[in-house]
Design a protein around this ligand. Structure first.
Ligand code: GUN
Ligand code: ZN
Length: 434
């Protein structure tokens, strides 16, 4: 039996926070409490110090302890091309992204990339992610190995492409792509905390037959996920309409291939219409909103309030390398700004909830991650309330909890992270406290 007790300011959610409420019963703040972890799961929370002979204690008084962040859309092979200048989506893919992904045909590159990526996720306080590796089965395998070795909850699948990409990034044949997926599913789906996601990159790089093959595999096992991109950029939307003239909309291309269910995660969704939103709601599929990417690539402004009003589930993705940071704090700050440009002010509670409990529930993982409830896996992160002079001054000036947490989100980044725990196991070499 392994045990651990951490003392910090505990913050999580017991319900979904209401819009525009700065004081919310959904927020559970337990300052100066102990989180007790036994065999990787949360055993209890208490204000009294536990018996140190029974519980090895980590006293991080004055630090913030949150459930680990959940990033529902990110590309593991794109770290080398993050912050590439001057292009919108389709040019950006051809100029920067596809060449970077092609390098992962080399198993040694794929191995190093997977290792760096998983380490980087944890160093940003992200303990669960939905990841696009590359078309190479070996790159997907390397990613699974790295996450599995750390006991991480990770959802990924080899990227599927059979057209409109360089030859080295296209599946050689439909049969081979199907066999590679089936083989990865058999060996990895449900192993430890790994889950497989059918991963057709987007409608423009898959033929209808290719998408239908992914749909058949998705239907073959009820636990599988599906991830793709949809309606991100206007030129992309027009191109997909030309490629699939029989489809009612971009989203309809996926619906026709049987790719929409409650474990489907579609990145962006900026240019959807009311019918699309109703289809998403009825299927239970979710949008991974990627605000940093949408701003950086100039893709457009996702309307979160409209999605919420239509009953569509929304989670948050960093979308590195279209997005410019793996930090979910930076991602949430961008989400606030994107909504502010449309006249909507999200609270810190709505933002933080979407990247923790909300994402966990949307993924069907609410019993495992996303909160500090007893019995959940202890995927938790310890944060400094402030790392810079500016942030420290702002914290000192804050009048209430919402102000503190909002400032922490807007001003913070991975430099605030003190430790990330996966199933109670510390993942980072700790730098000295400031
Ligand atoms: N659409 C298709 N592929 C990609 C990708 O790698 N990044 C983003 N942001 N959009 C895409
Ligand atoms: Zn993406």
């Amino acid at each position: 039996m392994t045990r651990l007790a951490i003392h910090a300011d505990l913050l999580d959610f017991c319900a979904e926070p209401e819009s525009a409420q700065l004081e919310s019963a959904a927020v559970r703040f337990r300052p100066a409490h102990w989180l007790l972890v036994e065999d990787g799961r949360i055993h209890s929370v208490q204000s009294q110090a536990p018996d140190a002979a029974q519980w090895p204690c980590v006293d991080r008084s004055g630090h913030l302890l949150l459930p680990g962040f959940i990033d529902t859309h990110v590309h593991s092979a794109q770290m080398p091309v993050v912050a590439s200048w001057g292009a919108q989506l389709l040019d950006w893919l051809n100029t920067y992204t596809f060449p970077a992904e092609a390098a992962l045909a080399d198993p040694a590159v794929a191995q190093a990339s997977a290792q760096q990526f998983v380490r980087a996720l944890l160093a940003h306080g992200t303990t669960t992610a939905l990841v696009f590796p590359t078309v190479h089965a070996g790159a997907c395998e390397a990613l699974f190995e790295q996450a599995h070795a750390r006991g991480m909850r990770l959802v990924a699948g080899k990227v599927l492409m059979d057209r409109h990409a360089p030859a080295g990034l296209c599946d050689v044949s439909l049969g081979q792509a199907e066999r590679e997926c089936a083989d990865l599913i058999e060996r990895w789906h449900g192993r430890g905390r790994i889950a497989y996601a059918l991963t057709p990159r987007f409608a423009a790089t898959s033929s209808a037959a290719h998408l239908h093959m992914a749909g058949r595999l998705l239907a073959s096992n009820p636990g599988l996920y599906m991830q793709t991109h949809v309606a991100e950029n206007d030129a992309e939307v027009r191109w997909v309409a030309e490629l699939f003239p029989q489809a009612r909309s971009y989203l309809d291309v996926y619906a026709r291939a049987g790719l929409l269910n409650e474990r489907s995660v579609l990145a962006h969704g900026i240019w959807l219409d009311d019918t699309d939103r109703a289809v998403l709601r009825d299927s239970g599929a979710q949008v991974a909103h990627c605000p940093s990417s949408n701003l950086f690539l100039g893709s457009g402004l996702f309307n979160w309030a409209q999605a919420r009003a239509a009953g569509v589930k929304v989670s948050l993705g960093s979308d590195v390398g279209g997005g410019t940071s793996l930090s979910m704090q930076r991602t949430l700050a961008a989400a606030y700004q994107v909504q502010a440009l449309q006249g909507e002010r999200l609270t810190a509670w709505q933002l933080l909830h979407a990247a923790t409990r909300g994402a966990a529930l949307a993924l069907g993982l609410g019993d495992e991650i996303g909160t500090l409830d007893v019995g959940r896996v202890a995927d938790v992160c310890l944060w400094r309330w402030a790392s810079s002079e500016l942030a420290a001054q702002r914290q000192a000036h804050a009048k209430d909890l919402h102000e503190r947490v909002f400032a922490w989100l807007m001003l913070g980044d991975e430099r605030d992270l003190r430790q990330a725990y996966v199933a109670g196991q510390p993942q980072l070499l700790e730098a000295p406290a400031c």
